[in-house]
Structure formats: C-alpha cells, structure tokens
Design a protein around this ligand. Sequence first.
Ligand code: NAI
Length: 480
Amino acid sequence: MVKICCIGAGYVGGPTMAVIALKCPSVEVAVVDISKSRIAAWNSDQLPIYEPGLDDVVKQCRGKNLFFSTDVEKHVYEADIVFVSVNTPTKTRGLGAGKAADLTYWESAARMIADVSKSDKIVVEKSTVPVKTAEAIEKILTHNAKGIQFQILSNPEFLAEGTAIQDLFNPDRVLIGGRETPEGQKAIQKLKDVYAQWVPEERILTTNLWSAELSKLAANAFLAQRISSVNAMSALCEATGANVKQVSFAVGTDTRIGPKFLNASVGFGGSCFQKDILNLVYICECNGLPEVAEYWKQVIKINDYQKSRFVNRVVSSMFNTVANKKIAILGFAFKKDTGDTRETPAIDVCKGLLGDKARLSIYDPQVTEDQIQRDLWMNKFDWDHPIHLQPTSPTTEKKVSVVWDAYEATKDADGVCILTEWDEFKSLDYQRMYDNMRKPAFVFDGRNVVDDDKLREIGFIVYSIGKPLDPWLKDMPAVA
Ligand code: NAI
C-alpha cells in the first residue's frame, strides 16, 4: 500500500488529500499539521474550512484511509510520498521584504523530513513556491540524507476555493515537474499513477521542475491580470457612459479571449494572487528583468486603485464624509462559497471607511466575528502564518459590529456596500431594507449583483462598478 503524508492541513492540503483518499482507496493518506486546533477541527464535525462538498468527502474516508494528525514525524517517517503544503507568505522583513516568498515554513518542513527519514522518499512541492525552490530543498535534503534517496517533484495546485472539490474531481490539468534523470522520471510516474486513478491521462502534464514551478506563478499572474484589465476598463466605463457588463460580454465572445474571469469588481483577493505576483516581480528583478517586473506590478497597482476608488466613491457620494454614519457591509469573504478572508478587498474597503470614521455593521454568511475583528486589526501579511502564530484580535472594536443577518446590518444605515457576490444578496428584500434605512439611502455594489434599475425604482441611490453613473453621483466631486 502506498503511503502518502501531507504536511500542512490548510485550504490546499485538506481538500486535495481528502480527494486523493476518496479516489484511491488503496492509498493511505495522513494529513499532518503543527496546529493542534486545525487538526482537532479536521477530526470533528465542524471542519476548519468551508468548501461545498468537502464534508461529504471527508466523512467517507476519515478513519479508513484518511487520517488527520499532529504526529508529523511519525507519518513523515512512514510515508513513501511526502507532500508539502505549508504557508509560503510574503516576507515582511529583510532582503526582498514585501515581495519575496518567506520560505521559513518550507525549510523547517524540509529539515524535519531529512531528520526523520529512514527510507527513500518522493518529496512533492504542493505549496506555491518561487521558481528554483526545488534546488534549495534538494540541497537541504541531500546534505542530511544519510544515504537516503530523495526525489523532488513540483506538483502545484490549481484548485479554486469555493469550487475546490469540483476542481479536484475534474481538474483542467494536473502538472507534475521533476528531474530529467531516470530516477526523476520514475518519481514522476509514481505520482502520475496516483492521479491516473481518476484523472484522464492526457490531462496529466509532465515537465521539468522549473517549468512546473513557474507555471503556477504564471497562471495566477494571468488570471489576476484579466481581473485588473476589466477593472481598469470599469473606471473608463464610468467616465464615458459605457457599461462594463456589455463591454466584457462583447470582448469575451471572441473565442481567443473567452468569457471567464471578466467580471468587474471591487478587486481580487484571496491568499494567492497578490502574493504570487509579488513573488514573480521579485524573481524578475533578481534575474535582471526590471521591465518584466514593472509590467506585472501594474496588475497589483490596478487592484489597489480599484479598492481605493470604491472607498472614494462611497465617501464622495455621501457628501464627502462618512464620519459617524452607519455603513452596512454585506459580504466579507474574498469571494462567494468560501469563508476565507485572506487578502479580501473587504479588509481594505472597511479600513478605508473606518479611516473616514464610519461605523460599520458587517454581515457575511460564512465568516465569524472573531475572524473579521482580527482581519481589521492585523498588520499586512500577518495572516499568512499558522493560526497559532497570528496575533489575537482585540476584545473591543467599537466602530465595527458583526451581525448574522443582512436586515440587521442595514437597519438605520445610511449606505450599503456589497463586497462579496453571495447568491443570497441577489434575492434580498431591498424594499424592506430601504424602509429601515436613513435617507437618502445608498447602495454601492462592488460585485454587480443587484438589479440597479429595480433598486432605483425603490428609491436607492445606486453605484455599480463600471456601469453608467446614477445622476446623483455625476454631480459629486471627481474620484481620484
Ligand atoms: P494554509 O495556511 O491554509 O495552510 C498551511 C498549513 O501549514 C497551516 O495549517 C500551518 O499550520 C501548516 N504548517 C506550516 N508550517 C508547518 C510545518 N513546519 N509542519 C506542519 N505544518 C505546518 O495555506 P493554504 O491556503 O493551504 O496554502 C498552502 C500553499 O498552497 C501556499 O503556498 C499557497 O500559496 C498554495 N496554494 C493555495 C491555494 C488556495 O486556494 N488557498 C491554491 C493553490 C496553491
């Protein structure tokens, strides 16, 4: 029986290993983590992450061929294949601060693997890492090898949160990079055999190590670039009277471009896009390619611009001040169908409004109050560290209340900001909301989910990203 161990029981490690266990009953999978609370949650009925379909997969395999444990060393020792899916945050200090990937967690995992191993192993990079990381990992492993053979593979994960289980069941592709030596090819084949149990052969791509590592950074950069491109257009639409929905539909019908990932919004979020692009920028700079670095940097700049543009719209529409006004925030997760708030645009928008002294009442169907308070209080990049190393949230943050109902959030509010595209926000009773708000009542739709005409009929002043401006907004000061 092949034994797999995955170090890191997070958004990637948990779901990917659960699906491997489900699809490969003859493989034993152990998911290990240094966070006791995370492992306890994986072993309970309340899993640590919300992902449609995940509960079901875990329930089918847990205790049979899927185990969650804090006994990291034991499971690494026993494994034939060790996946490493630990955090790779952006460095906050020292060389490359604010851009380069911090490989502290990766390095400590690699050293531990070297220390406890007594048999040959395949070590798989599942985390997103800078290109050439495998070389460093190889050095750490072989320096302490005691005659043991380690083969490093790069097998970046392309799942999207919110659709992770679907993506893992039916991936566009699985990418495996390895050394171009007979041993490297043998290791690739062994991992390929695992995926081949449910993924069609032609969708399992094999490359050299560096192509696999770089492909993941490149894919995320391309995806984020599409969002920044349409968001840049949204600003121009507002200035000219064009409608970004019509423009992106027209653009997306070109088969060379395609319709996906062309929704204008308040900005992209999630743990990966910004981190991976910053990392790509750093790698370009280190390789003497400042023009290429500058090109990708713009993707992040537009994203930041889009968030501050949204805040400026809110403030300028409401007579240039939101001080002591109650603003309801609907949605805090970085997208629908996840409780993940890492780098969610809601953080920057809320901080911007708080900076102008607004009072916020926040509702998200999947994000806890503790998480929201922690996010609004935490320093940039602190989130991407194991949970027990993160600062705890302050006990009181008077300007922010978190409620469990959209109507409660909007009661007596002056404005509503929709920051996540949860389906339920489409079918809220906006008349009821309007009746309970102060007038004039504003809706700022950062995800283009509401029917703006209907809301205007009710009496709202509506701002929808990239759509022709409400007459009210046209007369307000220009947005920087
Ligand atoms: P996460 O923060 O949810 O999980 C990482 C886990 O690793 C944490 O539970 C942490 O306690 C654990 N950990 C850290 N150091 C450890 C050590 N030495 N030993 C044992 N456990 C350790 O992070 P997530 O989202 O799962 O991401 C992991 C990697 O996968 C990152 O490199 C990320 O960029 C990449 N990735 C993430 C995707 C996503 O959608 N979240 C998609 C594709 C890749």
